[in-house]
Design a protein. Structure first.
Length: 151
């Protein structure tokens, strides 16, 4: 006898023999390897494909957890449909802003931002204009008053 809201297919899956612990150890090992790859690639500066690589590794780890630790691989029908639609929406939610950002015209990004090639406007850039709190920095050691005369 199945639970009230359970379909016949799920009830049949419950009666079937479950997988051994070896499969879970293998997936756990894969997750550890992917975590090490994430840490190693995070320390390496990959300017062009770093974000894409991080997203692929994270998506792979999430998919492994969903399929094996949450037993989605054993189920059919609506569960897989919900998973597939979720993946499609995640891809769209990541791709649409990236396409938008990549196709902006030059004037839409502020000068000095990461995505702009315009020179940053730095008001008060020279010491003469008051880089140090609006006052000119005097010669002297740190901790001493800047206006104290040198002896």
């Amino acid at each position: 006898m199945g639970i009230a809201n359970e379909s016949r297919q799920e009830e049949q899956n419950m009666r079937e023999e479950h997988h051994g612990a070896g499969r879970y150890w293998l997936i756990w090992g894969l997750l550890l390897v992917l975590t090490v790859v994430t840490v190693v690639t995070g320390r390496i500066h990959i300017p062009t494909w770093g974000l894409v690589l991080a997203l692929v590794i994270a998506s792979t780890k999430g998919t492994l957890v969903l399929l094996y630790f949450m037993h989605l691989a054993d189920h059919r029908g609506a569960n897989r449909l919900v998973f597939a639609v979720s993946i499609i929406f995640v891809v769209l939610m990541l791709a649409i802003p990236m396409v938008d950002l990549g196709t902006r015209f030059r004037g839409a990004t502020p000068p000095g931002s990461t995505y702009s090639d315009l020179q940053a406007i730095d008001i008060g850039a020279d010491a003469e204009e008051g880089r140090y709190g609006g006052a000119l920095r005097k010669e002297g050691k740190m901790g001493e008053e800047s206006g104290a005369p040198k002896q």
